[in-house]
Design a protein around this ligand. Structure first.
Ligand code: NAD
Length: 477
């Protein structure tokens, strides 16, 4: 454990780091050992009220800054994140579990968000409508206002950066409540912001009892926008809270990504891509490839090759070298996954690899289930863990129908060498992102977001900036 881990866990409110002083605390667990590493102080009602007052003042100052000034500060944030990437990665692995190289990759990805939006905000152009009699109408983009941000524990640094960067670039102030399970890495990210010169009342950090924090922040008239990444169930709850104040919302919710594998692919090459992606971050990825629909002619060979590669995945403490998959992030996940696997097997699925939780921490074996019946809960409930489920298909229409069967539509993937198949699948799949022969779908310059119950609103690209801006039309006679 790093020397200052416990000491660095604090709230950041109106420019001061706060801990202790009679605040309640939550234990922070190391998922590789199941042991508590430190206590996390949580926000009181008074902390939140103070943060809200500061956010209102911070918004007035920050939106008045020239976009060049905001951009220069955000580039500095990116530089600091890259400089500190190695030490933040250790915190992230200790509290979240993912292997160190994946943690470092996440942090570098977070830096790219700040660099991208430092520039993109300069292109938040309006337009002028010229009328024949000398009249004009001007369409302007303005920052929406103080924003409440709620982010989860699976990519604590990257997902927080994905909201902070466009919100700050647009000119909003933010109060962020990242997940309580992974507070060291998110506090380290907020230190980069403060050290780069983001004003103290513009970017604040709180942890707390989630329901109390979200009710207080979303219920306050100061907050004008809510952005959440997490489960569909919590997203629906926050949408209801936001409805009372008619607040703008961005919802990045759960997925259940289908993968269509057609029989024209180079199977070995495809499996070498699919298996590491399935087990990246132990499957705790909202776009994790999960439902593998494989064309009948190559189905048996696919299952054999997938199972062989699955059995070879190196599982262990993410801080140890050579480890490809760490533990699950918290004790809720192994229990939930065990129940889904047991249900699928009871309904006729064949266990081809893994299948069990083990160890003192929250480990779960990389798992493959074949011939999984549609009625199995896991075919409709996102496993959010290291489990791949598979079924054969005969025709493209059947595969698309299966892919679109669930009420979610975040990411979908297809593997084929046939251009027409790729185009037809890309058009027909109900998802916010489709990867064709690729998993590179979460990048700074392209929109990322779901359809159906996977949410609405995009992060990334110009769309991500737009979601922190309102449109105003000024008509001049
Ligand atoms: P959960 O539904 O209890 O929590 C999900 C996230 O929402 C957590 O970060 C949590 O701190 C936060 N949260 C919970 N209640 C909240 C509230 N009232 N106000 C504000 N934030 C609140 O689930 P969990 O056990 O942490 O994860 C289970 C499921 O959540 C997973 O199976 C997965 O489907 C989903 N999930 C999705 C993502 C994603 O990237 N879309 C990330 C994490 C979890």
């Amino acid at each position: 454990m790093t020397a200052n881990y416990a000491a660095d866990l604090a709230l950041f409110i109106n420019g001061s780091w706060r801990a202790g002083e009679g605040r309640d605390a939550f234990p922070v667990l190391n998922p590789a050992t199941g042991k508590a590493m430190a206590d996390l102080p949580i926000a009181t009602e008074a902390d939140l009220q103070e943060a809200l007052v500061a956010a209102e003042a911070g918004f007035a100052q920050w939106k008045a800054q020239d976009v060049e000034v905001r951009g220069a500060i955000l580039h500095k944030v990116a530089d600091l994140i890259r400089k500190r990437a190695d030490s933040i990665a250790v915190l992230l692995t200790m509290e979240q579990g993912k292997p160190l190289d994946q943690a470092r990759g996440e942090i570098i990805g977070a830096a790219s968000m700040f660099d991208f939006y430092a520039e993109e905000a300069k292109r938040a152009y309006g337009r002028v409508l010229v009328r024949p009699t000398g009249q004009r109408a001007m369409v302007l983009k303005q920052p929406v206002g103080p924003t409440a941000i709620f982010t989860p524990w699976n990519f604590p640094v990257y997902l927080l950066a994905k909201k902070l960067a466009p919100a700050l670039a647009a000119g909003c102030s933010v109060i962020a409540k990242p997940a309580e399970e992974t507070p060291g890495s998110t506090a380290a990210l907020m230190r980069c912001l403060a050290d780069a010169g983001v004003p103290a009342n513009v970017a604040q950090l709180v942890y707390g009892v989630p329901d109390m924090v979200s009710r207080t922040l979303i219920g306050s008239p100061v907050i004008r926008k809510v952005s959440f990444t997490g489960s569909t169930a919590v997203g629906k709850h926050l949408m209801r809270l936001a409805a009372d104040g008619v607040k703008r919302i961005t919802m990045e919710l759960g997925g259940h990504a289908p993968v269509l594998v057609f029989d024209d692919v180079d199977l070995d090459k495809t499996l070498d891509m699919l298996v590491p992606q399935k087990f990246r971050n132990a499957g705790q990825v909202c776009v994790s490839p999960t439902r593998f629909y494989v064309q009948a002619g190559i189905y048996d060979a696919f299952i054999k090759g997938f199972a062989e590669r699955t059995a070879k995945v190196q599982v262990g403490n993410g801080l140890d070298s050579g480890v490809q998959m760490g533990p699950l992030a918290n004790p809720r996940r192994p229990d939930a996954i065990e129940a889904l696997v047991a249900d699928a097997r009871a309904k006729g699925a064949k266990l081809m690899a893994g299948g069990e939780a083990y160890g003192d921490g929250y480990f779960f074996q990389p798992t493959l289930l074949a011939d999984v019946p549609v009625e199995a809960d896991i075919m409709s409930t996102e496993p959010f863990g290291p489990v791949a489920v598979s079924r054969p298909f005969e025709t493209m229409d059947e595969a698309i129908m299966q892919a679109n069967r669930v009420p979610f539509g975040l990411a979908a993937f297809a593997f084929t060498n046939d251009l027409r198949t790729a185009n037809l699948v890309g058009d027909a799949i109900e998802a916010g992102m489709v990867g064709i022969n690729s998993f590179a779908i979460s990048v700074a310059d392209a929109p990322f977001g779901g359809v159906k119950q996977s949410g609405f609103g995009s992060e990334g690209g110009p769309e991500g900036l737009d979601s922190y801006m309102v449109t105003k039309a000024i008509h001049q006679a």
